[in-house]
Design a binder for this molecule. Structure first.
Ligand code: 5GP
Length: 195
């Protein structure tokens, strides 16, 4: 492992992760960040969820079957993986090792458990927690999803509370009240810390 300000490829000091509560808009902020991150690679995760409209295989995600995801776990191809909303998501080792070996910093998008797993593997990784503008907005958004029964809303709220309680484990916290402002703030943190 490197120490202090050294940025030897592979020591984790060039890995950054953006995480945050469900529904906070990580994907949108990272999409806005792409234009601001010269020289950075944004990791493409593997997932068992189906592509949404406009998503492209190999760009948004590597969309894989359950069997393929099982194989990736069994063959130790994932740096971390987690379940979210009935699907599985994971960071392929390959998409981290290749940029690091080439000396390029890499940005990961992760739900909270994944971010904590990356922190364990790479203590020097720079982890950013994206906060919702306020709790009221989050509650309104959850309750606004009509078809949900009360128990589902309560489960989501409990999860959001747990997620918010993890924020202190992160190196930086950014509030997502404006996508461009949040992307600017993260770009500044990355430029100062890990690039
Ligand atoms: P979505 O289905 O909305 O694209 O993503 C659902 C959740 O999975 C989001 O919180 C997103 O940040 C997270 N996610 C995406 N890729 C990964 C990954 O590789 N690992 C982990 N742990 N979470 C991921």
């Amino acid at each position: 492992m490197g120490s202090g300000s050294t940025t030897t490829p592979g020591d984790g000091s060039r890995i950054a992760g953006v995480s945050g509560t469900g529904g906070v808009g990580k994907g949108t902020v990272i999409a806005a960040l792409r234009d601001r991150l010269e020289g950075w690679t944004v990791s493409v995760s593997a997932t068992t969820r189906r592509p949404r409209e406009g998503e492209r295989d190999g760009v948004s995600y590597h969309f894989v079957t359950d069997a393929e995801f099982d194989r990736m776990i069994a063959e130790d191809e994932l740096l971390e993986w987690a379940r979210f909303g009935g699907n599985r998501y994971g960071t392929p080792w390959r998409s981290v090792r290749e940029p690091l070996a080439a000396g390029r910093p890499i940005l990961l998008e992760l739900e909270i458990n994944g971010a904590l797993a990356v922190q364990k593997e790479f203590p020097q990784a720079l982890l950013i927690f994206l906060h919702p503008p306020d709790l009221g907005t989050l509650v309104a958004r959850m309750q606004g999803r009509g078809a949900d029964d009360e128990r589902r809303v309560a489960e989501r709220m409990a999860l959001a509370e747990w997620e918010l309680a993890q924020a202190s484990a992160f190196d930086h916290r950014v509030v997502n009240d404006d996508i461009d402002a949040a992307a600017d703030a993260i770009a500044r943190i990355l430029a100062a810390g890990a690039g």
